[in-house]
Design a protein around this ligand. Structure first.
Ligand SMILES: NC(=O)c1ccc[n+]([C@@H]2O[C@H](COP(=O)([O-])OP(=O)(O)OC[C@H]3O[C@@H](n4cnc5c(N)ncnc54)[C@H](OP(=O)(O)O)[C@@H]3O)[C@@H](O)[C@H]2O)c1
Length: 338
């Protein structure tokens, strides 16, 4: 840390230099209950002031609203930030529950134009394929993404929720800077094949939902009962009913370790990701999501927290005991294709 800013790291070999923790912006527009635009804007500025430079969005967050929301911030700080967005998940105005996956080159060429327009910029620093459609050859999709790099519309490429084999296949077409996949104390599928491939290829991992969508912080216990109707977590298998009860009990060592350090559960969860990555010899830039400046600063405190070998051993068995899948429908995840 220098000048009260977090340290920086290269995001994948040949990738941009970014702060060691990024910021997930999704909840600023959708999925986690009511949003507060003024507080979210303050959070963006607090993050940048503290050395966070990787800002993560996607075209589906709020059906484009999250990109539009970010545009003024992008305009004010274009050269100071690394702007990441994603394509591939299609929504329909007439069916709020519809989710299609599109990887075909024509769709990609249109999606990037839409994102550039909404973000108010002429270049995206990191452009991810959000989900994989196995019916489209990966080389075709990554080839279309590589063309965007040649055209100067995109600087670096990323993939989300792909297997190790898919990461290798894509990297052979064009260098992939980052893999964005769920990775936390509760979700370790990625360590099976994607992490070893990323290490081998020099691809950085950008863990999404590193706080288990907030569950690991203890902020809520049973989403079904405690969260508002417009909160997506209310319908996730891990966060309701008997599963939630089982999973909340698994957090006991997290709270115990936090208390021993005078830290919070969120900080322990984020420090675990950083230290687990070191075990693998992997570069990681977690992107915890928060709409609040105070939590953003709390989460950055994890970069100064070191867990002992004994503490890591206490956390090791948790993931295997988690009840419930990561999503109600796992068919679009890398886990389903491994
Ligand atoms: N590639 C993908 O498929 C994918 C999927 C999901 C997410 N993402 C990206 O990853 C980012 C992060 O993931 P996520 O937002 O799903 O989950 P997360 O970072 O694990 O958790 C976010 C939740 O935790 C709460 N929170 C944050 N810091 C906290 C703290 N210190 N104490 C208590 N609660 C805290 C937030 O609430 P407040 O906002 O109220 O603080 C929010 O509800 C997203 O913003 C998005 O950019 C990508």
């Amino acid at each position: 840390m220098t000048d009260n800013k977090i340290a920086t790291v290269e995001l994948g070999s040949g990738g941009p230099q970014v702060g060691v923790q990024g910021l997930g912006c999704m909840g600023m527009s959708e999925f986690y209950g009511d949003t507060d635009e003024a507080a979210a804007r303050e959070t963006l500025e607090t993050a940048l002031g503290a050395g966070v430079t990787l800002f993560d969005t996607a075209d589906i967050y709020g059906s484009g609203a999250n990109e539009t929301f970010l545009a003024p911030f992008v305009g004010a700080h274009r050269d100071e930030i690394t702007l990441a967005t994603k394509y591939a998940i299609e929504r329909r105005d007439d069916d709020p529950h519809y989710r299609g996956v599109r990887n075909d080159p024509a769709y990609i060429r249109q999606a990037v134009e839409n994102s550039l327009r909404r973000l108010g910029t002429d270049v995206i620093d990191l452009y991810y394929m959000h989900r994989r459609d196995p019916s489209v050859p990966l080389a075709e999709s990554v080839g279309a993404m590589a063309e965007l790099v040649r055209q100067g519309k995109v600087k670096h490429l990323g993939l989300s929720e792909v297997t190790g084999a898919e990461l290798r296949e894509a990297h052979a077409v064009h260098p992939i800077a980052a893999l964005q996949s769920e990775w936390s104390l509760f979700s370790r599928d990625v360590e099976r094949s994607a992490v070893p491939a990323a290490v081998e290829l020099g691809v950085a991992l950008v863990p999404y939902s590193p706080l288990g969508r907030g569950f690991l912080t203890g902020a809520f216990t049973d989403a079904g009962k405690e969260l508002a109707g417009n909160d997506f977590r209310k319908f996730q298998p891990r966060f309701t009913g008997d599963n939630a009860k089982t999973n909340a009990a698994l957090l006991e060592p997290v709270h115990k370790i936090a208390a021993a350090h005078g830290a919070t559960a969120a900080q322990v969860a984020l420090a675990w990701v950083q230290q687990r990555a070191q075990v693998h010899g992997l570069t990681v830039v977690p992107i915890p999501g928060t709409r609040k400046s105070s939590r953003l600063l709390e989460n950055l405190g994890a970069t100064r927290l070191t867990l002992s070998a004994e503490e890591l051993a206490l956390l090791e068995p948790i993931a295997d005991k988690v009840a419930g899948d990561r999503y109600p429908d796992m068919s679009n995840t890398a886990t389903a294709r491994e």
